[in-house]
Design a protein around this ligand. Structure first.
Ligand SMILES: C[S@@+](CC[C@H](N)C(=O)[O-])C[C@H]1O[C@@H](n2cnc3c(N)ncnc32)[C@H](O)[C@@H]1O
Length: 458
């Protein structure tokens, strides 16, 4: 084919040279970067071009002629949107995650010489997720659970998601079948009719307790008096069933109203020997044993002596705060979601932790009222990174030790540049894999304030 003539539906032979941060294979052709799912660097094959943009194009692999040594058997091709790295050996997934972090640091003029540690792998590379949120739709006239086909809301039935904790997938299918047997109907987005939108299952990694959340379009779930006993009889590990009503035409899963229709309003999880009550909408890391590795590393890096006042910013239900409390004089957790703060307070009481206080509000606002001086700060923000106002306040406080936990290397680097330019030195950059088989990267950074003078003197 002549240069400049690549068109949709053309078939080209490509050699792949890299992986994007989303796990797509990258090849160069006709001056364009071509992105293809399910292929690896060093592989070659025939690709059909599916979409052409000005500087790049997308394609799908038709035939692989050269296969990488890093390729492993694909568990289920239908899951390529939820586990996009399933064709890459786990060992090489960890190398990929370190490289994502290295690449992004190397592009920063301020951070380009940083040393990145190798990614700490998860004990379980499969069946580690403690929560699944499965859409329910009609497929060939049957109520089905599964995944949405790429960029669409067409449901592909799937019963084995490969990464959920043992037992979770069976509960999703069992609840769906019980609802079907009582003539409940799947939700239809086109007409906003039908009732069952999602089945969510959350399971403890250590206590075996399970919570089921059924998202419905209407208030009715009929006959509840028969549905609930049928579910609980089949799955006695369920300690809580919550019905959440979402009657809006939206892709947001949860609606505003929830009702506990069986058992408790929470299930119990254990993290680093402490007990946590988790409610339906609480944020919780999905891979608990690996979150414990992450939190243990935070404690190791901070090396607290028991005299320090520590801030846990963006604290969620206080999992990190309670881990810090054993080692610090006092811990302050800040979180914006009132329900999470309530649970954090209850969890502190339940675990007899008395040196922690939780403040509800935006970190960028709450911090402006702080009168005590902080010895250390842990920040664990959402993907968008630190709020500018919060970052400015932190930098002004010149807190001695800061640990930054990030799920987005791009915003991490943006924020770290500010820390370094304000007198901080990074001592450890440690990626930790919390999400095997996916392209998500989590990293933790330890930094200490040494002042601009010392930095400039080198
Ligand atoms: C990545 S989670 C971390 C939770 C917790 N550290 C953990 O490991 O379970 C981020 C948390 O920050 C909260 N959050 C987001 N923006 C916030 C803000 N501006 N102020 C306070 N909390 C915020 C979210 O509600 C969420 O609970």
């Amino acid at each position: 084919m002549e240069a400049g003539l690549i068109k949709k539906d053309s078939e080209v032979k490509l050699k792949f040279i890299d992986l994007t941060y989303e796990g797509l294979g990258v090849a160069k052709y006709d001056g364009l970067a071509i992105f293809v799912k399910g292929v690896l660097p060093d592989e070659e094959g025939i690709v059909r071009i599916t979409k052409v943009e000005k500087r790049y194009a997308f394609g799908e692999i038709l035939r692989l002629d050269v296969i990488s040594d890093s390729r492993v058997k694909v568990e289920n091709q239908l899951l390529d949107s939820t586990i996009p790295l399933q064709h890459l050996s786990y060992e090489k997934q960890l190398v990929f995650k370190s490289k994502i972090v290295k690449d992004i640091f190397s592009k920063s003029p301020v951070l380009k010489d940083s040393v990145i540690c190798e990614t700490i792998g998860s004990k379980d590379a499969w069946h580690y997720r403690n929560k699944t949120q499965v859409p329910v739709r009609s497929n060939k006239g049957k109520m089905e659970t599964g995944v949405f086909a790429n960029s669409s809301h067409r449901l592909i039935p799937v019963d084995d998601f490969k990464i959920n904790l043992p037992g979770i997938d069976e509960i999703v299918a069992g609840v769906r079948d019980i609802l079907t047997s009582f003539n409940e109907k799947p939700y239809d987005e086109g007409t906003n009719t039908g009732n069952i939108r999602n089945i969510i299952v959350r399971k403890s990694s250590y206590t075996n307790e399970v919570m089921v959340i059924i998202i419905t379009r209407s208030k009715s779930l009929f006959p509840k008096s028969k549905i609930i006993p049928a579910i609980v009889e089949r799955f006695p590990e369920i300690v809580s069933i919550v019905q959440n009503i979402n009657n809006k035409r939206t892709s947001t899963i949860f609606g505003e109203k929830s009702e506990v229709i069986y058992g408790k309003s929470s299930y119990r999880e254990e993290i680093l020997g402490k007990s946590f009550d988790i409610t339906a909408q609480s944020f919780l890391q999905v891979n608990i044993p690996q979150a414990e590795v992450l939190y243990t590393k935070v404690l190791e890096l901070l090396d607290l002596k028991g005299t320090e006042v520590v801030l846990d910013a963006y604290c969620g239900i206080g999992t990190i705060s309670l881990a810090l409390a054993d080692k610090a004089k006092r811990v302050i957790g800040i979180e914006v979601i009132p329900e999470a703060v309530e649970i954090a307070k209850l969890n502190a009481v339940k675990n007899n932790v008395e040196n922690v206080i939780f403040e509800c509000g935006l970190v960028e606002e709450v911090i402006t009222d702080f009168e005590i001086s902080l010895d250390a700060v842990v920040v664990d923000p959402p993907r968008k990174g630190l709020e500018t106002a919060f970052l400015d306040s932190l930098l002004e406080m010149k807190v001695k030790k800061v640990v930054y936990i990030s799920c987005n290397p791009a915003t991490l680097v943006r924020d770290l540049e500010q820390f370094v330019e304000s007198g901080y030195e990074l001592s450890e950059i440690q990626p930790v894999d919390l999400f095997p088989q996916t392209a998500h990267v989590e990293a933790m950074i330890m930094m200490s304030y040494c002042g601009l003078d010392k930095k400039n003197r080198g």
